[in-house]
Design a protein around this ligand. Structure first.
Ligand code: TMP
Ligand code: ASP
Length: 242
């Protein structure tokens, strides 16, 4: 693939222009970061795994009526996507308490959250991606109240579809982060990626709290076998039909 102009390089992906103004090319890197890039490393094969897994899940979500930016995959670690304006809000959905929620609230890891918790974070590395309230969202004008309501309902719908999908993989979808973009018709569509980098995934065949971890927490917490865990998730995801 010959690359056009590089538009943006993030921590895990690079975005290029293509000859089609409405389409961008995403290159998925093996680079891994955690704790706002204070921890850095490489997860060999991660780019391909995250690209393949995201492609499969985006197509599955499209089939369930969720609009996504997915176009196609010209190679194993490249995805063509529709050009959208990214909304600078990270939408996190939580089914079980884990990670920063436990750290900030004292809730025990694994506490069931029913209905699921939807949280909004400001996508801004310089500020450390702070948690937003509805009032902060309004004051910062990051999205209109209608858009915020739609982000919430889209995130909950995506959670229903993804939770059922992962259940069929023998995996519990603990929590995950989504990003959305606005297209030329002001429509919100799912963007970014859905991968072990952006989800907490627990293997239902394991009860040990460390052994069951199949996601980036293996890297964040130095649990080892990161590549093997990512590959196992991908194998189970690809085994499920779209
Ligand atoms: P948290 O518990 O650290 O807030 O993470 C919640 C979910 O969001 C978890 O599935 C990991 C994902 N996530 C990202 O995708 N990017 C990030 O920068 C962070 C902090 C979390
Ligand atoms: N990707 C994030 C970072 O490096 C953090 C994380 O996923 O834990 O900033």
């Amino acid at each position: 693939m010959s690359y056009e102009q590089k538009l943006y390089e993030g921590k895990a992906k690079i975005l290029y222009a293509t000859e089609d103004l409405n389409v961008l090319l995403t290159f998925f890197k093996d680079d891994a970061t955690a704790f706002n890039a204070q921890k850095r490393g490489t997860i060999v094969g991660k780019g391909e795994i995250n690209c393949k897994m995201s492609s499969h899940l985006f197509q599955m979500l499209e089939a369930q009526g969720v609009p996504t930016h997915f176009v196609d995959c010209p190679s194993a670690n490249e995805m063509r996507v529709r050009a959208v304006k990214i909304v600078p809000i990270e939408v996190v959905v939580r089914n079980l308490a884990a990670g920063s929620l436990c750290k900030q609230t004292g809730l025990a890891q694994g506490t069931e959250l029913n209905p699921p918790l939807v949280e909004f974070y400001y996508k801004n590395d310089d500020l450390g991606d702070p948690l937003l309230t509805e009032d902060r969202l309004r004051v910062m004008q990051l999205a209109t109240p209608d858009q915020v309501a739609e982000l919430r309902s889209l995130a909950l719908r995506i959670n229903e579809v993804l939770s059922a999908f992962f259940q069929n993989c023998g995996i519990t979808l603990v929590d995950f982060k989504l990003e959305f973009g606005v297209d030329g018709s002001d429509r919100l569509i799912l963007a970014d990626e859905i991968s072990p980098d952006t989800c907490r995934l627990w293997n239902q065949e394991e009860s040990d709290p460390d052994k069951r971890v199949m996601d980036k927490d293996r890297f964040r917490r130095d649990l080892g076998d990161v590549e093997a865990a990512y590959q196992r998730v991908l194998d189970r995801v690809l085994a499920q039909p779209i």
